[in-house]
Design a protein around this ligand. Structure first.
Ligand SMILES: Cc1cc2nc3c(=O)[nH]c(=O)nc-3n(C[C@H](O)[C@H](O)[C@H](O)COP(=O)(O)OP(=O)(O)OC[C@H]3O[C@@H](n4cnc5c(N)ncnc54)[C@H](O)[C@@H]3O)c2cc1C
Length: 481
């Protein structure tokens, strides 16, 4: 029985109450709970029970009970987040609430270009449902086979189509949310225009489960993509990459949907560690971009637009070489290289990660200055600055150099992080562009946010969650809430 193996100081009556609220089989403990207690990057390992409600009503009743008994609740989607936001603390008193059983697509409305999905719906399933209705849901991440819509909303996820379609926040029409006290806020509207007072729903987006638990969302759809052109191009440096992006946007009638920067080292690591990944070009180059044009018009001449623009760039010195995907297989191979960079880094050894953003035009200078500082101060690390350059978002990661001492390398993570984030501040940038705060970056938020901003965040938290039961210690420090 669950009670016998309960891990923490929750009273037996409380546990019995929880099981009564949820019904049999919906509370996991011991080995069954284990997979839910460690975050994706294995930075945190917590303790606690796991609840798996099947409906929004069940979840709301659970929250009312937890609020009454002051039980900390940690919402969990696909558990692919990078900041430890979905992992309980080590006390054993918190309850993980897995959304996995709330996974239905409730409605697809092609004429309204909208879809209603429950929070536990896997992102790839939502994309598929849109596709079956001849529509397109644009959020696209390397983790889309396991991350969930609720997690995407709560982290305000980005991914590879932000340039054209915006972040998750921009794709939302309405939400259904279970509040801390058990009330259900039902605002699953599919309206494009609604200026009726404060936009309450927007507060839950990017809130990482600290203000409410999202149970469903009404999302925007777009015309189905029927034509695409994809190139992997070598560029002399990031400056050329940014200029190429500006030209390509103009030349294609703004049909650029992805524009990703890839450094040479990323090619070396992916081809070494990931089976099936090959260098798309014959000779090595220092920098590359993976760019894609897409259109809903099957007959759009995207291949010739891309070829022409790259040809001109080649003549003008902005591009050194390029390969165009001649088939869906080649396109998938280019994307596999890009999407497996994090995995290749992990397989290569320790790495220090920074998910930063600066204005797009400032990317080249930022890379130059960060690179110079790191060469001087962290010679046992190798810089891999890659990612969504079209959005000004870089994953500025440092990988342990071959033969470097792992412990010594990792021991310097704090001063390195401080230097990188200080530089980001000098560029009016963000120290967390798309991965959120979670538990990992609480100190960074305190350090870099304006005091007035932090005070407002704490005041909002008190209004939505006066007893502090929702994801305690995430985003805001617990004693400061
Ligand atoms: C290979 C890989 C590639 C990735 N690429 C990208 C990328 O390109 N762009 C990007 O932005 N991220 C990326 N990520 C990070 C991650 O996938 C995203 O942050 C994703 O949105 C998290 O969704 P999830 O369902 O896994 O959420 P989880 O990790 O389960 O949770 C994330 C946060 O949201 C909260 N939460 C979850 N569900 C709910 C809910 N229903 N209501 C309220 N709060 C909730 C949790 O408490 C936690 O604080 C990547 C991750 C991996 C592993």
């Amino acid at each position: 029985m669950i009670f016998a193996s309960a891990p923490g100081p929750l009273e037996p009556q409380t546990l019995a109450g929880l099981e009564q609220v949820l019904g049999p089989g919906r509370l996991l403990a011991g080995p069954e709970a284990e997979p839910f207690l460690t975050d994706h990057r294995q930075l945190y390992h917590g303790r606690g029970l796991v609840a798996r409600p099947h409906t929004a009503g069940e979840l709301a009743r659970l929250l009312a009970f937890c609020n009454e008994h002051r039980i900390g609740v940690v919402p969990q989607g696909g558990n692919t987040g990078y900041c430890g936001g979905a992992t309980p603390d080590e006390s054993g008193t918190q309850l993980v609430v897995s959304l996995a059983r709330l996974s239905r697509i409730r409605q697809v409305d092609p004429l309204n270009y909208s879809l209603v999905a429950e929070a536990g719906c896997i992102l790839a399933d939502a994309q598929r449902a849109a596709e079956e209705a001849e529509r397109f849901f644009p959020l696209s991440l390397g983790s889309q086979g396991s991350c969930q819509i609720g997690g995407n909303l709560s982290t305000n996820a980005g991914g590879v189509h932000v340039l054209r379609y915006g972040m998750m926040r921009d794709l939302v029409l309405g939400l259904e949310v279970a509040l801390a006290d058990g009330r259900l806020l039902s605002s699953l509207t599919s309206l494009r225009k609604d200026n009726t007072g404060y936009d309450v729903k927007s507060l839950f987006l990017g809130a990482e489960g600290t203000l409410g638990i999202i149970t469903a969302a009404s999302l925007k759809l777009f015309p189905k993509i029927r034509c695409s052109a994809t190139a992997f191009a070598a560029v002399p440096d990031p400056r050329a990459a940014v200029q190429l992006l500006a030209r390509l946007r103009e030349a294609s009638g703004d049909r650029v949907s992805s524009f990703e920067l890839v450094p040479r080292l990323a090619i070396e690591l992916t081809t070494r560690h990931i089976p099936g990944v090959r260098d798309p070009l014959e000779a090595p180059h220092s920098w590359y971009v993976l760019c894609e044009l897409t259109s809903s018009r099957a007959a759009d001449p995207l291949d010739s637009m891309l070829t022409e623009c790259l040809g001109e760039a080649l003549q003008g010195g902005l591009v050194r070489d390029a390969a165009l995907a001649a088939s869906e297989r080649e396109r998938a191979a280019f994307w596999k290289l890009r999407e497996t960079i994090p995995e290749a880094q992990r397989l290569d050894g320790a790495s220090l990660k920074h998910d930063i953003s600066v204005p797009v035009a400032a990317i080249p200078e930022f890379i130059e200055r960060a690179g110079a500082w790191l060469r001087e101060n962290a010679p046992d690390g190798r810089l891999i600055a890659y990612g969504h350059v079209g959005d000004g978002n870089l994953h500025l990661n440092l990988n342990q150099a071959p033969g470097a001492d792992r412990a010594a390398f990792l021991a310097r993570s704090e001063p390195i992080k401080r230097a990188i984030h200080d530089l980001v501040r000098d560029f009016d940038g963000s120290f967390s562009a798309e991965h959120g705060i979670g538990r990992l970056k609480v100190g960074e938020l305190e350090h870099y946010a304006q005091p007035v901003e932090l005070a407002l965040m704490r005041a909002i938290k008190r209004v939505f969650d006066p007893r502090g039961i929702l994801n305690p210690g995430k985003v805001l420090r617990r004693d400061a809430q």
